[in-house]
Design a protein around this ligand. Structure first.
Ligand code: ADP
Ligand code: MG
Length: 714
């Protein structure tokens, strides 16, 4: 065994989970279901599945056991599998493998499979009793994702039919009772852990300590939207979540008399609706000047604010100096080389700063963190039951999350945590986050319930840990009826059955099916694949202008991000045939990794559509592939009612949706560059709320297209 390998084994034995190994294995053998909780980093994810595998091998059941461990995110399924294989001194695909959508490494002898929750649900579609599976481990259940909650209902129904199947639920925080009682009082096992004390500072302390002054001007300046500020604040206030308004009340009622007068003034300028980049820069700088080494972990809300902040910090004299600071990002779409850097200790004298999403809250443990900066928010999908459009917006985190974030600072030595909001706001946080099932559109889920033949949708969902609102369930059912996926009696129609086979949301599935029916399949497959993978257009901040004009050149005055994507993809395919794909990507600021993912998803779509009889031959189904009007119309039919009106002003374009009033376009949208848009409407796929509502990826459409392919707009 190599030195590296021995070190890893030593590390394994030093984890808190190791001491509980026998007790855990005992509990598993004596019970069908157990709930395991323990501090993040104690070894649940990487160790427990291995303990089971090892004990099965010892009991001479190694050849017949099949352990599935689900992860809420694809990136964790992949990185955990890689880590576990390395700990076992094996290659991925030997006894340990992984499977996520479009990718996987799994061999004939693979006995422990890490996969996303979605993959296990798809498997249940084909094999309702999970034949051959001996253990199911559902990880990170405390996150309460929609897929995980759904999976728990399905497994609960399955257990009596598979008495020998073992179910292990794993969670970081201590609300294990909830899950235990859901499974009829399943035993709870806790892995005791040790963390060093962490000192907390709230906004008022930070202001006093750093001397930084907040002003209303500063906050507006961050986003340069002074004019529309007032109006946005009003719209935001109207739609504010319960937590946020409670937070505001608490702030008003807080006893601030003990503070410096100027801190009090400064605090009254604090804007709860925005994330102050200047404040973060100031705090990070304050920490960097400290003697004590240790990495800084900054919790942000998502890819976009992480990138904007990174851009801002990079131009700072101290934070942008690579001889002193190593600035890294940690989010769901980072690449694997960047991921490795996150775990590595930097050279002496260099301060590591990781800007992360709430992924670093529980699924990833960075061992050398000593300082945590917590912006207090996380991006959440939320949902207007009335217009069926999902919306990603930053929302206040829960007390449980804030505690979890703070805990990240005390892994190796006593730490410090800087919460960028007043103490009184923390006091108003909810105890736990609202489960996703209660705040997202349920169309895909309802379709899945039907195709898994789980009976009445409402009855089934009423068996959830926390059942969703009847109005949301009703809306989803209505939507599925309108698009013709369900009939009047809530039975799956032929279309519904076909939609449930396609691994995309119903609205995107509908576009694919229309593309096939109208013989315009090729471009629609590209558009749908692009929408469900991610944007292939890169926007490096140092070269923003070049990147924007590279994208604009693909739009050709069509006023459509979707058509731009289509042309970029087609151009890349042509370049690939000439062996110049890489150069093409480099020249046009495109991600070849994303384009390849789009390419393989397209192939998958084609096979699936052929298997369900929607496509007979590749030539015929593309007779109308060059018809731009038709492509636009099919895009509209899928994205509707995600629509906003266009009014051309003298020098700018003003956009409005029915629910939000004025909205803005993401700067990388081709429509954001246009001085006027010669169409009355834009359809869009997604709204993101940063400080105001932004639309991502839009296509301009005419009145008649909206009437024929969308619906009525008032
Ligand atoms: P838990 O699931 O209980 O949060 P994990 O099993 O994920 O804990 O992690 C246990 C330990 O292994 C942690 O100290 C973590 O830092 C370390 N670890 C996990 N993955 C990696 C990796 N890819 N590289 C280096 N260390 C890792
Ligand atoms: Mg874990």
């Amino acid at each position: 065994e190599s030195v590296e390998g021995q070190k890893m084994q030593e590390l394994r034995r030093s984890l808190p989970a190791y001491k509980e190994k026998e007790a855990l294995l005992n509990a598993i053998s004596r019970n069908q279901v157990i709930v395991v909780s323990g501090e993040t980093g104690c070894g649940k994810t990487t160790q427990l599945p291995q303990y089971i595998l090892e004990s099965e091998i010892e009991a001479a059941r190694g050849a017949v056991c099949s352990i599935i461990c689900t992860q809420p995110r694809r990136i964790s399924a992949m990185s955990v599998a890689e880590r576990v294989a390395a700990e076992r001194g094996e290659k991925l695909g030997d006894s340990v493998g992984y499977k996520v959508r479009l990718e996987g490494i799994k061999g004939r002898d693979t006995r422990l499979l890490f996969c996303t929750t979605g993959i296990l649900l798809r498997r249940l579609l084909l094999d309702r009793s999970l034949q051959g599976v001996t253990h199911v481990i559902v990880d990170e259940i405390h996150e309460r994702g929609m897929n995980e909650d759904f999976l728990l209902i399905v497994l609960k129904e399955l257990l009596p039919r598979r008495p020998e199947l073992k179910l292990i639920l794993m969670s970081a925080t201590l609300n294990a009772e909830l899950f235990s009682s859901y499974f009829g009082g399943a035993p709870m096992m806790h892995i005791p852990g040790f963390t060093y004390p962490v000192r907390s500072y709230f906004l008022e302390n930070i202001l006093e300590m750093t001397g930084y002054r907040l002003s209303t001007y500063n906050q507006i300046d961050n986003y340069g939207q002074e004019k529309s500020w007032k109006m946005q604040k009003q719209t935001l206030r109207k739609r504010k979540t319960q937590i946020a308004s409670a937070a505001e009340d608490a702030l008003g009622a807080a006893d601030l008399r003990e503070l410096n007068p100027w801190t009090r003034d400064s605090l009254s300028c604090w804007n709860p609706d925005s994330i102050g980049f200047n404040l973060i820069e100031n705090v990070v700088c304050h920490i960097c000047k400290k003697e004590r080494p240790g990495a800084i972990l900054v919790f942000m809300t998502g890819w976009d604010d992480i990138n904007s902040l990174k851009d801002q910090l990079q131009s700072h004299p101290l934070l942008g100096d690579p001889t002193k600071v190593l600035l890294l990002a940690c989010h769901g779409s980072m690449d694997s080389s960047e991921q490795k850097l996150i775990f590595n200790k930097p050279e002496d004298g260099i301060r590591k700063i990781v800007l992360a999403t709430n992924m670093a809250e529980t699924s990833i443990t960075i061992n050398d963190v000593v300082y945590v900066v917590d912006c207090g928010k996380a991006k959440e999908t939320s949902y207007d039951a009335l217009n069926n459009t999902p919306c990603l917006l930053p929302a206040w985190i829960s007390k449980a999350s804030a505690r979890q974030r703070r805990g990240r600072a005390g892994r190796v030595q006593p730490g410090e945590c800087y919460h960028l909001y007043p103490r009184s706001v923390y006091d108003a946080f909810a105890e736990y986050q609202l489960p996703e099932l209660l705040r997202t559109p349920l169309q895909s889920l309802c379709l899945q319930i039907k195709s898994l033949q789980l009976g009445s949708i409402s009855d089934f969902l009423s068996k959830a840990l926390q059942p969703p609102e009847p109005l949301s369930v009703q809306n989803a059912i209505e939507y599925l009826k309108i698009i013709g996926a369900l009939d009047d009696k809530e039975n799956l129609t032929v279309l519904g059955r076909k939609l449930s086979v396609l691994p995309v949301e119903p609205k995107l599935g509908k576009m694919l099916i229309l593309g096939a029916i109208f013989n315009c399949l090729d471009p629609i497959m590209t558009v749908v694949a692009g929408l469900s993978v991610r944007d292939p257009f890169l926007m490096p901040f140092e070269k923003k202008d070049l990147a924007e004009s590279a994208k604009a050149q693909f739009s050709g005055g069509d006023n459509s991000d979707h058509l731009a994507l289509l042309r970029a993809y087609d151009g890349w395919k042509a370049a690939e045939r000439q062996q110049s794909g890489a150069e093409y990507c480099w020249r046009n600021f495109l991600s070849s990794q994303t384009l390849r993912a789009i390419d393989s998803l397209r192939k998958q779509f084609y096979h699936l559509l052929r298997d369900c009889g929607l496509v007979e031959n590749m030539e015929k189904c593309n007779t109308w592939s060059h018809d731009q009007h038709l492509i636009r119309a099919i895009i509209c039919s899928g994205l509707f009612p995600g629509i906003c009106s266009v009014v051309n002003k003298e020098k700018s374009v003003s956009l409005k949706t029915m629910e939000d009033g004025p909205v803005l376009l993401y700067l990388n949208s081709v429509n954001a560059q246009e001085p006027r848009i010669p169409y009355p409407w834009l359809v869009f796929n997604e709204k993101v709320k940063v400080n105001t509502v932004f639309l991502r990826d839009s296509t301009a459409v005419s009145d008649s297209v909206v009437l024929l392919f969308g619906g009525t707009v008032s």
